[in-house]
Design a protein around this ligand. Structure first.
Ligand SMILES: [Zn+2]
Length: 137
């Protein structure tokens, strides 16, 4: 008898920790069906019933991939956030020239630095499409 979906969705006390915003792993079954699960979880193909276990992926490889994604996000989002945190109070307390400075620096970051980061992290984005060969159970 198949379990109703609510029971399938696991109880919150099961102790599985989900890290925030980890990219799910896309699994393409031998039969062509596509599924997506978080790292470490099993996925069973609805069409042919094969079970795929993402914990077969070496943790080191998966963490390296995640680190690349995180570093990219940090480099893109971090500097404008830091600049804003410093310059907005100055603009309020000292003068509007700091707001102008913030505007110029954030624009410069977006127009000059981000494209460079993007170019340099083409390696990281190809890592994002890394595929592993899993064996069905
Ligand atoms: Zn299948």
């Amino acid at each position: 008898m198949p379990l109703p979906p609510r029971q399938m969705a696991a109880d919150p006390t099961s102790g599985t920790i989900h890290f925030m915003r980890e990219p799910p792993i896309t699994i393409t079954c031998d039969c062509g069906a596509v599924g997506s699960v978080p790292y470490g979880e099993r996925w069973q193909c609805e069409q042919c019933g094969k079970a795929w276990d993402t914990s077969q992926i070496p943790l080191a490889e998966y963490s390296a991939l995640l680190a690349g994604v995180r570093r990219y996000r940090l480099l893109v989002v971090g500097p404008p956030a830091v600049l804003a945190a410093i310059l907005i109070p100055l603009a309020v307390l000292v003068g509007l020239q700091y707001a102008f400075l913030l505007f110029v620096l954030v624009m410069a970051h977006g127009l000059l630095i981000v494209p460079q980061i993007r170019r340099r992290t083409t390696a990281a984005s190809s890592a994002r499409s890394t595929s592993w060969k899993l064996s069905p159970e």
